[in-house]
Design a protein around this ligand. Structure first.
Ligand SMILES: Cc1cc2nc3c(=O)[nH]c(=O)nc-3n(C[C@H](O)[C@H](O)[C@H](O)COP(=O)(O)OP(=O)(O)OC[C@H]3O[C@@H](n4cnc5c(N)ncnc54)[C@H](O)[C@@H]3O)c2cc1C
Length: 192
């Protein structure tokens, strides 16, 4: 009998994982169609003049053991300090027998990282949290406006008119994409 084929649109993490799992667990042949010249979608590591740059500075965290196992299989956690660990003297729990990032590319690097949203010339928690410093940074009136605006939008939901994003190519506004956010915002403003 002929082998079954499956067509996957997009070589982002979702498409690549689906193809990988199909190859591992079945005899179905996945074919991935990717619009760009690279794989990895918006989570990719771009290469520029020999430097590796993460788009968006992705960090990885999950409590799901199956997902952790998959990552470990594909990209084992750092076992030796990288150059910046050495010069900064960072204190990390490296995995015994794990790869050396100075010799291999396929390494999950351990990083201490704090993410912040810079807005109104102030830093906000990312993800945003409802705490005193957020309200203080926003100011009382703006916080009230946001709160009531949110409640209002729950009661009178406007018709969605977003036609798709030119950057992340999603059919709906995607909270992780700044272009999506901006397009949706502009359309909503025109509507008012
Ligand atoms: C700034 C930023 C920071 C983030 N930080 C984190 C983080 O720290 N940790 C975390 O877990 N997640 C993070 N995310 C979210 C994470 O990037 C996404 O959840 C993940 O990339 C989604 O994977 P995906 O495969 O669903 O989609 P995508 O990564 O968007 O991949 C979709 C792929 O499909 C292709 N495609 C789309 N339409 C077509 C078409 N018609 N034909 C062919 N190809 C097509 C696109 O070119 C793209 O390659 C962040 C996102 C952003 C933007």
């Amino acid at each position: 009998m002929d082998k079954k084929n499956v067509l996957i649109i997009g070589a982002g993490p979702a498409g690549l994982t689906a193809a990988y799992e199909l190859l591992k667990r079945s005899d179905i042949k996945p074919i991935i169609l990717e619009a760009e010249k690279f794989v990895g979608g918006i989570s990719r590591t771009a290469e520029y003049k020999g430097n590796h740059i993460d788009i968006g500075g992705h960090r990885f965290f999950t409590k799901d053991e199956r997902v952790n196992q998959l990552w470990d299989e594909l990209m084992p956690t750092q076992g030796q300090p990288s150059y910046d660990d050495k010069i900064l003297g960072t204190d990390k729990k490296f995995v015994e027998g794990g790869p050396d990032p100075e010799k291999e590319d396929n390494v999950m690097l351990l990083r201490h990282r704090v993410s912040r949203i810079y807005f109104l010339r102030k830093f906000f928690d990312y993800p945003i949290s409802l705490k005193f410093s957020t309200i203080k940074n926003m100011g009382f009136m703006r916080t009230m406006k946001c709160g009531f605006g949110y409640l209002g939008s729950c009661l009178h939901k406007r018709k969605e008119r977003f036609l798709g994003c030119s950057a992340c190519q999603r059919p709906l506004p995607y909270q992780g994409c700044l272009v999506c956010f901006n397009q949706a915002f502009q359309e909503e403003r025109q509507e008012r």
